[in-house]
Write a protein that binds this ligand. Sequence first.
Ligand SMILES: [Cu+2]
Length: 505
Amino acid sequence: MNKRKIVKRLIYFGLPLTLVVLAGAVIVTYFWQMRLQKPEEINMAYHQMTAGMSSMINMTDMDGKEHMGGMGNPSSEEGAVSCSSITTPESSAPIRKFDLTAARTTLKLDNGKTVDAWTFNGISPGPELRVTEGDQIVVTLHNKDIEDGVTIHWHGITVPCSQDGIAGVTQDAVPPGEQFTYTFIATTPGTYWYHSHQMSSIQVSKGLLGALIIEPKNGSESGTSTSEATALYQQLGSSMLVNGSERGWTIPAKPGEQVRLRLINSGNETMEFGVDGAPFRVLAMDGHDLHEPGLLERTIVPIGAGQRYDLLIQVPGAGKVVVSSPSAKGLPITIGSGNQPQHNEDGQLFSFLDYGTPLPDDPVLQAKPDRHFELKLGQTLFTKSINGKSFHDIPPMTVKEGDHVIITVSSEGGGDHPFHLHGHVFRVLRKNGEALQGSPVYLDTLLTKKGETYELYLEADNPGLWMIHCHNLKHASMGMSMMLNYEGITTSYRVGTKSGNLPDL
Ligand SMILES: [Cu+2]
């Protein structure tokens, strides 16, 4: 064989072989990393097993954890309270009953495409649950045939620990043929949503989600002549949908009419919305009304994954209003009828730093914090991390009931990180060191972008074991997930491959 032939062979066979081996190594490493995130068995309240372990936030390591994991049954500990025992107290509140059945379904979309979806009651999004403030919501989840099991988490609603729907923390995933009933009070009016929290990154994108609207008891604050509509955006496999449609959504409205548009971003990516044809107000964020929201024009509203924004739009005398996002091309929301409004390509980004007006007497600003935690959202080669660690390697934040808690969250990049906390609503105090000047802002999901730092405040008023995770659920599945635990609360459920409870896979 001459030299040229050898070189040719090397190029023809050697190069592809090297590429295949390299690709193989990358894939093996990737799955090894993924495997590392799926422990056999983890007690998400593990740090409670020994008295005084609340300082674990600064000192967890592999040895420490394994050591504690081997210790006795935490529920046998004196004074310990199980999450399962924290339920909705009996009340005389009006009861609203719903049944949601999770099932594999072949969905026919309105553009003729068929999709293999997982649905609640045969549709995705599942039925909109609409209740009134103060109602007692009783939802029975049935799992027809989702093999990995299903749960329902009530995103943004402060439910008692046992009702939070987290596989391996507050319950076992409901297997096929079985059911689980959730009971909670619709405490705060607003726009919320529900979704499975078993293998959430898979099950939500398969379609197991829906809207939950709590109407105020005494009618809408924005006036009785206001009509309203929900627009739930979702990523169903490779299809982007609004209210299950691949064509957009039309809201009939007369000129002069006010529409409260409840925008829900249930996907994994930030969506930026523009409003053409009329000025608008941001009435509420994550379900919580803003104080004296001003009129906005040519303003782009960025809605992070998991977040909700309620816009108030008045239909103009002639023509219609179009709400749209470049990340959901072909899915505009059209309000009213008439001439097509002029499309504004650009505008300034909505900022809640100085939107609306402060409350005259603001109790939060006077509260003294008892605990301060710092969380840095970032990434390593194959994981998404908090303080450089992933999932169960991240020590939980531990609080006591009644604590005033400050959490400083900063993003070191790796994409937008919508920071979501269960069981609580937090107040945004500062952004990049600057105090909010306008309306108080209360959220359950905070969109953070690279280089941003936020100071958040919350009152530890809901004892339990609460997840904190990025609501880009892919990031959560890659490790950006941790716990806010109350001292003395235990769970008998376990996360891991042994139980099959994998809340964020
Ligand atoms: Cu993230």
